[in-house]
Design a protein around this ligand. Sequence first.
Ligand code: GLV
Length: 355
Amino acid sequence: RKMKVVVTLNLGPKVMPLLYDHPDLDIVLWPHAGSSGKQWLLDNIPGADGCIVMLFEKVDEEAAGPNLKVVSTMTVGYDHVDVKALTKRRIKLGNTPDVLTEAVADASVMLALMAGRNTKEGTDIVQQGKARTLCWSCLRRPNLQRVCSGQVGHGTLGFIGFGRIAQATLARMVGFGYTRCLYVARSKDPARAADLQQTVKGRHPSLTTVQQVELDQLARESDVLHVLAPGGPETYHIINEEFLKQMKRTAILVNTGRGTLVDSDALAKALREGWLWGAGVDVVEGEPGITADHPLVKEPRCVVIPHIGSATWESRIGMATVAAENLLAGLVGKPMTSEVQLPNVELGIAVATID
Ligand code: GLV
């Protein structure tokens, strides 16, 4: 019997042949753009041996069909996958770390600069044809207020989650002149923290401080705060009104992790009332259904981009390749390129992006 594989997105001309040309596979491919939705998955997964899914396909108890051996997600995060259900049925889970690290770190820096330097308001003003009076005559008060912002590049960088992507973001941001790095991470093991801090300081001699802290201190001291931890119930709305109220009025918040970590209404209120300077978000709770009247989209000091952190050719082809490799290895019980260690996840230790 051929093995049935359900694939919810076209992996492109480089990678699809790995599946289509495979003699032992029957491929069922979602034929449209966008997400397949749960019903299509439920209709097709019974009898399937494996599947390749994307961010918005929820693989839960119901969707994990009786013959399923492997779920391969073309993402590094896997909060859309019910790991308990998979563990119970001994279904393997593959993800795609590393190949997207550089792209997401680039996007994090881009958002920090865009938010910090008022880019959204600037492009809006140009598009509305008001730049002559509002910007290009900027030395006249009160228009100065509309164009000027603080200098990005000194003080303290904060990170929620301090895994691979956060460290790659730090490597870029130290070039701007930051000297302190504070982070919040799930692991509270002091030996491990000391080790990590030593390594990071060794890489970046210009940093005077690399320190694991509590959320309150992170909120109070960060000049640019990068959110790069996984989603899921444990990190849900970790950035809420209470957190935002403690931030510096000049601070910038960047979310390239998961939308669920940030309470959008609280962030919109914080920006409106000036509790912080600006925000840049690649991920928003409720995506992909974000429309022009979303409170964050309407905020002039909030840059919203549509989850394109990993969207470079290089990284997406890398992700598609690893997703296919994981699937093929998992189907025949060989070691995957990147397998999520499910028992660890059950104990509450996610190994993907947070340390
Ligand atoms: C994207 O958000 C991913 O988890 O890869």
